[in-house]
Ligand binder design. Structure first.
Ligand SMILES: Nc1nc2c(ncn2[C@@H]2O[C@H](COP(=O)(O)OP(=O)(O)OP(=O)(O)O)[C@@H](O)[C@H]2O)c(=O)[nH]1
Ligand SMILES: [Mg+2]
Length: 470
C-alpha cells in the first residue's frame, strides 16, 4: 500500500475488464456515480450479491458484475468505481471512464446523491455526452427528506431529456422501480447537450464533420471531438485500442485538429484553458439545473459545513490545522497508548508469575515451563500489550475523523503535493494508515529480534528465571 509503483498511475488500473453475458439478449448496464452515493448498495440490492468495489488508492481498482432480471430483459449489472468526472484524474476514475466510454454498456445508470445533487449533475451531464441510454437514479432520498431538501424528479427528467427516478437504495420497492425504468428505457432519448463557449463549439463541429466519416463503433462523434480537443494522452491510448485503427495517425483528422487548436489558441484557449472552459460550462449547467429542481427548506443546513470548509481547506489555516490534528492523533496513538500498554504488560507479568508458581508446584520440567510460559505465553503477552492499545486508539480516532468528513479535506489539501509524485491526495490517507501500521508493528519486529527487551518498560518483562527471554 502507500506510494508504490503498483499503486500509482497506470499499474493500479485493471485493464480491459470483460463482461460475462450469458446470452446475446442480456443487456449490460453500468452503474456509475460519484463516490459514496450508493452504487454498490443498488448493485447488491439488485443482484443479491455482497460486493464492495475497492476504489481507494493503494489497491488495484476494478469493476464488479452481477445479474438481475426485469420483466422485459435480463441484465448484467456492472458496479464501477466512483468518479466525479469523466475527465479522469486518478486510476479509479480511469477505470470508470474506460468502462463507460469503451466498455460498450447497453445503458448507463447514473446514481446521484440527493443531498448534493448539483455536484452529481456534473457527471450526469458528461454521461449524456457519451450515451443516450441513460437512467438517472437520485438516491438517498430519505436523507434528503431528513435535511428538508425537496427534489422535483419530474422537472429534472424534463430538463435532462432522460428518465429520472428518486429512490432510497435500501428499500426493495425502490429498487424494483429502477428495474421497471430500465425495462422501459427508450432506445433513443434526446438528452440535453451542454453548450460550450462559441469557439469550442466551432472547433467541435469542425472535428465532428471529419469524424462522422470514420468508423467509430458506438462512440458519439461530438463527444469524441471534445476529447480530441482535450488532448488527454491516457484517453487517446484507450481510444486507439478500442477503435482498432490508428486515429492519431489519421493525417486528415490530425490536420483538422491542428487547425482548430490553432484557431482556439488564437482566441486565448490553449492547453488547460480548453479544459477549464469545458469544466466551467458543465458546472454552470449543473448549477442551473439544480437551481430549477432542488428546493431546500432549511437554507442554513450547509452553512456551517461551508464555513468549516473555508477554515479547514484554506491556504493559511488548512495545513497548520491538518498537521495539528494528525500530530494529536499520532501523539495519542504512540505516546498515550504507553499507559494501557504498561497496564497490560503488568497484568501479563503478574499472570506469568502465577503460571510459573503453578508449574513449580506441579513439579513440571523446565523445558515444558520454557515452552509454554516463557515461550508462548510471554510472546502472546508482549504482542497483545504492545500492539493492542495503539490499534484500539488509532482506528476509532481515524474512523471519527472519517465520519466527521475531515479525511476528504486532508485529501483535498494534499492533492497538489501528491500530484508531483504522480499520485493523488487520497493516497495520503493510505500512507497514514501504513505509517501507523509500521509504528505499531515496529516494536513487534523488534521483540522478534530481541533488541526491544532492553528498552523502557519492556525490560521489566525479562523473567527472573529465564534471564533475557528469547
Ligand atoms: N440512508 C441511506 N443510506 C444509503 C442509501 N444508499 C446507500 N446508503 C449508504 O451509503 C453508504 C455508501 O454506499 P455504497 O453503496 O458503498 O456507495 P458507493 O457509491 O458504492 O461508494 P464507492 O464505491 O466508494 O464509490 C453506505 O453506508 C450505504 O449504506 C440510502 O438510500 N439511504
Ligand atoms: Mg461501491
Amino acid at each position: 500500500m502507500g506510494l508504490t509503483g503498483r499503486s500509482t498511475g497506470r499499474h493500479a488500473v485493471d485493464r480491459a475488464p470483460s463482461v460475462c453475458r450469458r446470452s446475446e439478449t442480456d443487456r449490460v448496464v453500468a452503474l456509475a456515480g460519484n463516490p459514496n452515493v450508493g452504487k454498490s448498495t443498488v448493485f447488491n440490492g439488485l443482484t443479491g450479491m455482497n460486493q464492495h468495489t475497492g476504489n481507494w488508492p493503494g489497491k488495484t481498482v476494478s469493476i464488479a458484475q452481477g445479474r438481475c432480471s426485469g420483466r422485459e430483459h435480463d441484465y448484467v449489472l456492472v458496479d464501477i468505481p466512483g468518479t466525479y468526472s469523466l475527465l479522469a484524474h486518478s486510476a479509479e476514475e480511469e477505470v470508470a471512464r474506460n468502462f463507460l466510454c469503451f466498455g460498450d454498456p447497453d445503458a448507463i445508470v447514473v446514481v446521484c446523491d440527493a443531498t448534493c445533487l448539483e455536484r452529481n449533475l456534473n457527471l450526469v451531464l458528461q454521461t449524456l455526452e457519451i450515451s443516450s441510454r441513460v437512467l438517472v437514479c437520485v438516491n438517498l432520498m430519505d436523507e434528503a427528506r431528513r435535511k428538508q431538501i425537496h427534489i422535483s424528479v419530474k422537472r429534472l427528467s424534463e430538463r435532462l431529456g432522460v428518465p429520472v427516478v428518486g429512490i432510497s437504495a435500501r428499500k426493495k420497492q425502490d429498487l424494483a422501480r429502477v428495474v421497471r425504468e430500465l425495462d422501459a428505457l427508450p432506445a433513443n432519448n434526446n438528452p440535453y447537450r451542454v453548450r460550450y463557449p462559441e469557439p469550442i463549439e466551432q472547433a467541435i463541429s469542425g472535428l465532428q464533420t471529419v469524424l462522422e466519416a470514420r468508423e467509430l463503433k458506438r462512440l458519439n462523434p461530438r463527444w469524441l471531438a471534445l476529447k480530441l480537443l482535450e488532448q488527454d494522452k491516457t484517453l487517446e491510448a484507450e481510444l486507439q485500442r478500442y477503435l482498432g485503427w490508428d486515429i492519431l495517425g489519421d493525417a486528415e483528422l490530425q490536420d483538422c485538429r491542428r487547425t482548430v487548436c490553432e484557431a482556439l489558441a488564437g482566441q486565448g484557449l490553449d492547453g488547460d484553458r480548453i479544459k477549464d472552459a469545458m469544466v466551467s460550462s458543465l458546472v454552470s449547467a449543473a448549477e442551473e439545473f439544480a437551481g430549477e429542481t432542488v428546493h431546500c427548506e432549511n437554507h442554513g443546513y450547509s452553512g456551517f459545513d461551508r464555513r468549516l470548509d473555508r477554515i479547514l481547506t484554506s491556504k493559511h489555516t488548512g495545513y497548520p490545522l491538518m498537521l495539528l490534528l494528525l500530530l494529536l492523533t499520532f501523539f495519542l496513538t504512540i505516546t498515550v497508548s504507553n499507559v494501557p500498554s504498561g497496564w497490560l504488560s503488568s497484568l501479563f507479568g503478574f499472570l506469568e508469575e502465577q503460571l510459573t508458581a503453578w508449574f513449580t508446584r506441579l513439579g513440571a520440567p523446565d523445558w515444558l515451563h520454557g515452552l509454554l510460559v516463557t515461550g508462548m505465553f510471554r510472546t502472546l503477552g508482549w504482542v497483545v500489550s504492545v500492539m493492542l492499545p495503539p490499534m484500539a486508539i488509532f482506528f476509532p480516532l481515524f474512523t471519527l475523523l472519517e465520519d466527521c468528513g475531515y479525511l476528504p479535506r486532508i485529501a483535498y489539501n494534499l492533492d497538489r503535493p501528491f500530484r508531483c509524485c504522480n499520485a493523488c491526495g487520497k493516497q495520503a490517507l493510505t500512507m497514514c494508515v501504513v505509517d501507523i501500521g509500521i509504528r505499531t508493528a515496529m516494536p513487534y519486529s523488534a521483540i522478534l529480534h530481541g533488541g526491544f527487551l532492553t528498552s523502557g518498560r519492556y525490560a521489566a518483562w525479562a523473567h527472573p528465571k529465564s534471564g533475557s527471554g528469547f
